[in-house]
Design a protein around this ligand. Structure first.
Ligand SMILES: [Fe+2]
Length: 192
């Protein structure tokens, strides 16, 4: 009986393992789409993603001044990036201007702060939370947020991002201000 239970458990474990997605499998999934994947689909991919350090290595690079974006793949429906953050590095406050997306924490600890926007009151703080290793979070349209590696984390952060459709011109915000600025990430020195 115990042997049977062990076998069942082993099978279940194998099924879970087989359901996981390596980085190449994830790239293949993204390259096979013929329309922009839903946020639910992106969540499902990222929840299943088990990306090894070896797979991340080509996209692992840090800068002193700002976090560094590394594109893994992109087509007209979806894109995937690896972002590398030293402690204290963070995005501007932004939305994705019509794109939705998900993030998985591959190494380190991610802080996310969210905001509400009112045309009269301007940008107002909403919430903050901490996302440990393995966490998945997402941004729907028109969510406004800021991501970062806390300066007190004492460790580097590596995150995996999937956006659909690929990011274009983004909106950036300032606390207490109703002003919205446009921002185009530079392909050679990308910032969001
Ligand atoms: Fe974002």
């Amino acid at each position: 009986m115990s042997t049977h239970l062990q076998t069942t458990d082993s099978l279940a474990t194998d099924e879970i393992k087989n359901d996981s997605l390596s980085l190449p499998s994830l790239v293949a999934a993204l390259e096979s789409v013929n329309s922009a994947p839903s946020l639910a689909q992106i969540y499902q991919w990222l929840e299943k993603a088990e990306v090894s350090n070896e797979e991340l290595q080509p996209y692992s690079g840090f800068k002193d001044g700002n976090y560094w974006r590394h594109r893994v793949c992109r087509n007209k429906f979806v894109e995937m990036l690896v972002l590398c953050w030293r402690p204290g590095q963070r995005t501007p406050i932004h939305d994705h201007n019509g794109s939705h997306g998900g993030v998985k924490v591959c190494r380190g600890l991610l802080w996310e702060t969210t905001f509400n926007y009112d045309p009269f009151a301007g940008l107002v703080y909403k919430s903050a939370r901490e996302l440990p290793l393995g966490s998945v979070t997402g941004s729907d349209v028109p969510d406004i947020h800021q991501l970062g590696n806390p300066d007190v984390s004492g460790q580097d952060l590596v995150t995996l991002h999937v956006y659909a459709p690929p990011l274009g011109v983004l909106h950036t915000y300032k606390p207490g201000s109703a002003q919205i600025d446009l921002y185009v990430p530079d392909e050679t020195d990308q910032m969001i």
